[in-house]
Ligand binder design. Structure first.
Ligand SMILES: [Mn+2]
Length: 307
């Protein structure tokens, strides 16, 4: 993994050769220079998974699937070219001793705090959803308490005291003062949670599938107010038809078309950080899920570029 700036020496927009970085952008960790506006960072971690593991391979497979998206100069339906607006680098993957979740937590928090502290936007590729906890710590260190826009089949507000659990982050994050549930919204939920103590607004999967894109966008805008926002996207928000390659799939989810339209409709909100998590290539078919993950990460970059 490059530890200093190295411009990609290979000018190749091929969809099948020289596939290393996300969208073929240069590898760089030089967040202090003016050269780059945004960084895409991989977190190959799956030690907090409750069910099927495998998300450590997510960043690599998402990068490879992103090659399918390289040829299109103006990504449809955006009416501009990403590289005309912002400059993006691939930060590579976070490294930690295998098995050492505490080191992963420290590394992710440190890198994300430094990148955002330098005024750069960070798009992170999981990894299981537990990686969002140190990402929120890093972003909150720069921006203070955030609103959360959370796409998921699960609320991830469970806390049975486990130290490492990819279902506990949004119980812990408010306790740590990283996010405020009163300004936060969860979309696509279709698993049980304790409604008597739940402080997040929920648009469950049935509601999200019935409501118009415009109505969902309006609910998000109302909820977040004028707070700065972190957006986390568990790929299992999508129906398994659109994202089979994930650890804890739940049927009855959203379509990829609908979430792309919702995201485009909230592009102007002050979202300061993004992640897409829980892509598990070993359970994927024909890279459907990795392509969905890559497309979402590219959508996040276009959202940033559209402002
Ligand atoms: Mn989930």
């Amino acid at each position: 993994m490059p530890s200093e700036e190295t411009d990609n020496p290979i000018e190749d927009t091929s969809m099948y050769a020289n596939i290393y970085s996300f969208m073929g952008v240069p590898f760089s960790r030089n967040f202090l220079s003016d050269k780059f506006d945004a960084f895409v960072m991989g977190i190959p971690y799956d030690l907090a998974t409750s069910g099927r593991a495998g998300t450590r391979s997510g960043p690599t497979d998402i990068r490879q699937a992103s090659a399918n998206l390289r040829w299109e100069e103006n990504r449809w339906p955006w009416e501009f070219s990403l590289q005309d607006r912002i400059s993006v680098a691939d930060y590579g993957d976070i490294q930690y001793c295998w098995g050492d979740s505490d080191e992963m937590l420290r590394e992710v928090e440190s890198h994300s705090a430094q990148i955002t502290g330098a005024g750069k936007t960070l798009i992170s590729l999981g990894g299981d959803h537990f990686v969002t906890l140190p990402l929120l710590r890093g972003h909150a260190a720069t921006y203070g308490e955030l609103a959360l826009i959370h796409f998921d089949a699960h609320t991830d507000t469970y806390d049975d005291g486990d130290k490492y659990n990819h279902g506990c982050m949004f119980q812990r994050a408010p306790e740590e003062g990283l996010i405020n549930p009163e300004y936060s919204i969860q979309i696509g939920i279709r698993t049980d949670y304790d409604r008597s103590i739940h402080k997040f607004q929920v648009i469950d999967a049935h509601q999200a599938n019935e409501q118009t894109v415009e109505a969902i966008i309006e609910s998000v805008r109302q909820r977040v107010g004028d707070k700065k926002i972190y957006l986390t996207f568990d790929i299992d928000c999508l129906d398994p038809a659109f994202a089979p390659g994930t650890g804890t799939p739940v049927v009855g989810g959203l379509t990829s078309s609908k979430v792309l339209r919702i995201l485009q409709g909230i592009a102007d909100l002050p979202i300061v950080g993004f992640d897409v998590v829980e892509v598990s290539p070993a359970f994927d078919q024909s890279q459907i899920t990795s392509l969905a993950g890559a497309t979402l990460a590219l959508q996040f970059l276009y959202m940033v570029a559209s402002r």
